[in-house]
Design a protein around this ligand. Structure first.
Ligand code: UGA
Length: 442
């Protein structure tokens, strides 16, 4: 079967390569000619474990190709996947212009029955609008069906998540379209992946409800962590014991500096907007966002407290700029908020990240940061080191060496990667999230 995937970002490229692996003939289309050229040369626009191998394999066997010619791709394909970006707009809603633009372009290229599958995360009602736009702009009297197929990939394990998803959600009014798309996913069906076949609005909502719920778990445990700090409890034991209850589960109960990334902040905001728009507010998610905002602030407070309330002209070393490990993605990363605060309070900031420095520099050229080649250089002369991302590289730092290079031995560990007793035994002032903390400096 011939398939077109529109958009070569995270969602589109992983889907394109994954579908080629399922035996489909896939054309990945993007408007950005330089991106297509890069992909044709075998280079990927972002790093994702396992993706390059998959892309290389299927370009070599001609299952996967790249093009800027949407019209010709649509003419050849029974099924067209939409994986274009849906960024936040300036009012807390979702900017759907890329989606609607793609729908118009598909419409004018239609020459036969087609199934449009939306993978991009879109608010409730969008798929019906896509159908209306296509019906309005199509040049030939051909039928089109729409399927909502939300994506649940995590950055850093996107290929694995595509190949072995917890579930596949397909929403449509058309049983014909559902059968066609289900057939595309047959390899998953064979390994007994659960399929949820449902309506359009339900599928659209499943994606937002899932991300909002995961974000809720994080904000919940962050609040519990803050309470633990007050009562002298250990959040790791609380989370572990909670997670052992199978109804709760252990995942997404790691306290930290607040969730970031390209999905949770955007999707919780959009979910709240959807609730308002339909007159059914999702107040828990509103609170989740507020708790996340406060958690980010709390990180600044921790650093400030560690330096007796005054960080003006103090050198603070930030370890980790990516929103989570194993990615160069810095979108909505907690480090952005911390560094902005530190700079506004007059601190001098140095930073190191194993993968995200270039991206951070590109996104925030206005921030005066001394980017370093390794954690020890970044820590040299600093009054505090703050771990913001739990990269493996930071888990086994030579703390004695770090201490000798610092002006003051202060370590703020926002990911709880260190054992408080061991760090404090080395003479550090150590603070972390929701475990007993030690306000003493040697
Ligand atoms: C998230 C979801 O996990 C995916 O299922 C979903 O498909 C994706 O969004 C999306 O909508 O496209 P992702 O943004 O790649 O995936 O990252 P996560 O691993 O979920 O982490 C998000 C943020 O939460 C990170 O900042 C991470 O540090 C934080 N987090 C996660 C915690 O603070 N505590 C946890 O226990 C888990």
């Amino acid at each position: 079967m011939h398939i077109t995937v529109i958009g070569t970002g995270y969602v589109g490229l992983v889907a394109g390569a994954g579908l080629a692996d399922f035996g489909m003939d896939v054309i990945c289309v993007d408007k950005d000619a330089s991106k297509i050229e890069m992909l044709r040369q075998g280079r990927l626009p972002f790093f994702e474990p396992g993706l390059k191998e998959l892309v290389d394999r299927h370009t070599a066997n001609s299952r996967l190709s790249f093009s800027t010619d949407l019209r010709s791709a649509v003419e050849q394909s029974l099924v067209i996947f939409l994986g274009v970006g849906t960024p936040s707009d300036s009012n807390g809603g979702v900017d759907l212009s890329f989606i609607y633009e793609a729908a118009k372009e598909i419409a004018i290229s239609l020459n036969d029955y087609r199934v449009i599958v939306t993978k991009s995360t879109v608010p409730v009602g969008t798929n019906r609008k896509i159908k209306a736009i296509i019906d309005q702009h199509k040049k030939q009297d051909v039928e089109v069906d729409i399927v909502s197929n939300p994506e649940f990939l995590r950055e850093g394990s996107a290929v694995e998540d595509f190949m072995r998803p917890n579930r596949v959600v397909l929403g449509s009014d058309s049983s014909r379209a559902l059968a066609i798309v289900k057939d595309i996913y047959r390899p998953l069906y064979l390994i007994e992946t659960p399929f949820v076949l449902t309506g359009l609005e339900t599928a659209e909502l499943i994606k937002y409800a899932s991300n909002a719920f995961l974000a809720t778990k994080i904000s919940f445990i962050n609040e519990v962590a803050n309470l633990c700090e007050k009562v002298g409890a250990n959040v790791l034991d609380v989370a572990r014991a909670m997670g052992l209850d199978r109804r709760i589960g252990p995942k997404f109960l790691h306290p930290g500096p607040g969730f970031g990334g390209s999905c949770f902040p955007k999707d919780t905001e959009a979910f709240v907007r959807i609730g308002h728009d339909f007159g059914s507010p999702v107040r828990i998610t509103e609170a989740v966002m507020e708790v996340n905002r406060l958690q980010r602030q709390h990180m600044t407070e921790k650093v400030t407290n560690a330096l007796e309330g005054n960080i003006r002209d103090k050198k603070i070393c930030v370890l980790g700029l990516a929103f989570k490990p194993n990615t160069s993605d810095t979108r909505e990363s907690a480090a952005i908020y911390l560094i902005k605060d530190l700079l506004a309070l007059g601190a001098i900031v140095s930073a190191y990240d194993p993968a995200a420095i270039e991206e951070f520099q590109r996104c925030f050229p206005e921030m005066q940061i001394d980017y370093c080649q390794n954690p020890y250089d970044a820590a040299t002369g600093s009054h505090a080191v703050v771990v913001m991302t739990e990269w493996n590289e930071f888990r086994n730092l030579d703390l004695e060496r770090l201490k000798t290079q610092m002006t003051r031995p202060v370590l703020v560990d926002t990911r709880n990667i260190y054992d408080p007793a061991k760090v404090m035994a080395l003479g550090f002032y150590y603070d972390c999230i929701g475990r007993m903390s030690c306000p003493s400096t040697s």
